[in-house]
Design a binder for this molecule. Structure first.
Ligand code: UDP
Ligand code: MG
Length: 330
């Protein structure tokens, strides 16, 4: 029997959260109006996470899991979950209980009202550092200004998606996956549920500053061509200033005999400034070209070391990954 709901939870070293997560999520699963599967995606954890998930599967057949051969990152883990989920409605949530599982009930209700995507929008981020909140605030507003599609501000990946939307997501071939952006791009009827983001239940943040930054750049580059145009604009402005300088220099040379056209500092600053502009432009170009290179290589998005709970698994999933081992229980 196919479940009505799939709950996808990416896991990277979350041993301290899994027991409490399971307690709260299974309570929610009881209250849902249909069967649900709990799909863990172990993103190459190095702690006891996988063993704990395996133990849960022993005692609860609604639990199924995929385990990556190494750490591929959160967005790829979610992608794998979406590839394998069987529900008519699919929920994506974090393992650290920052996304309150009880909200799933409200999401399901909106889904029954006819919405295809119900995403959670944070009104507050409690106990996250001022720096992180500041960055997130600026970033989401910048993205809204620059992106070609309307990506709602302050939304993460916590959402419920209808099967139709998941099928479209699975059919998207791109390797650089900024899922909350792709989700907005797809369209259909979307609605928000506002909530206060709780602090992490236990354990360290797995999204380091570097990972968050790279996710942000990915979002910008995947959904906007404005950065590419930036160098054109700066180039035009520099050309205008240069023309003005020509006029000024000619004037000084012929009509102002007292002015001495010395200006080592001016020249040095101009050279450094233009050098910097050129290097930054090359860097921006590089961001786009690097992504083209990634796409062209066409490697699978992830490699699976272990899969449990999917009896009819195909050897190759939509995004090209290959399952190498099954559990015997399925
Ligand atoms: N995560 C993952 N792979 C990673 C980093 C994080 O699967 O490389 C998972 C992590 O286990 C958690 C979710 O992504 O379930 C969100 O991570 P975290 O709470 O550290 O990020 P934040 O709350 O800052 O979004
Ligand atoms: Mg978190």
């Amino acid at each position: 029997m196919e479940p009505l709901y799939s709950l996808i939870v990416p896991i990277y070293n979350e041993e301290a959260n899994i027991a409490e997560l399971y307690r709260r999520v299974s309570a929610v699963m009881e209250q849902l109006d249909g069967d649900a599967e709990l799909l863990f995606v172990d993103d190459g954890s190095r702690d006891r996470s996988l063993a704990m998930i395996q133990a849960l599967r022993q005692q609860d057949s609604r639990v199924c899991y995929l385990s990556f051969a190494r750490n591929f990152g959160h967005q790829i883990a979610v992608t794998a979950g979406l590839n394998f989920a069987r529900g008519k409605a699919v929920v994506v949530m974090d393992a650290d209980l920052q996304d309150p599982p009880e909200l799933i009930l409200d999401m399901a209700e909106q889904w029954h009202q006819g919405y295809h995507v119900v995403y959670a929008q944070r009104t507050q981020r409690r106990q996250e550092s001022l720096l992180k909140r500041g960055f997130a605030y600026v970033f989401y507003r910048l993205l809204t200004r620059l992106a070609d599609v309307d990506i709602p501000t302050d939304t993460g990946d916590f959402c419920l998606m209808d099967r139709q939307v998941v099928s479209v997501l699975n059919a998207m071939p791109e390797r650089n996956r900024y899922i909350r952006g792709l989700r907005a791009w797809i369209g259909f009827r979307q609605t928000a549920i506002r909530f206060e983001r709780d602090p992490r239940f236990a354990g360290e943040v797995k999204y380091t500053f570097r990972k968050s930054l790279s996710l942000g750049i990915n979002g910008l580059v995947s959904f906007s061509k404005v950065p590419l145009r930036l160098s054109t604009y700066v180039g035009l402005i520099a050309a205008a200033i240069a023309l003005l300088m020509v006029v000024l220099v000619l004037y000084w040379r012929f009509f102002d005999p007292n002015s001495r056209l010395t200006g080592f500092a001016t020249i040095a600053v101009a050279i450094f400034f233009l050098g910097a502009v050129q290097l930054i432009s090359i860097g921006i170009l590089g961001e786009y070209i690097g992504r083209i290179y990634e796409e062209v290589k066409g490697r699978p998005l992830y490699t699976l070391a272990e899969v449990a709970g999917f009896p009819n698994i195909q050897r190759s999933t939509p995004n090209g990954a290959i399952a190498v081992r099954h559990d015997s229980t399925s």
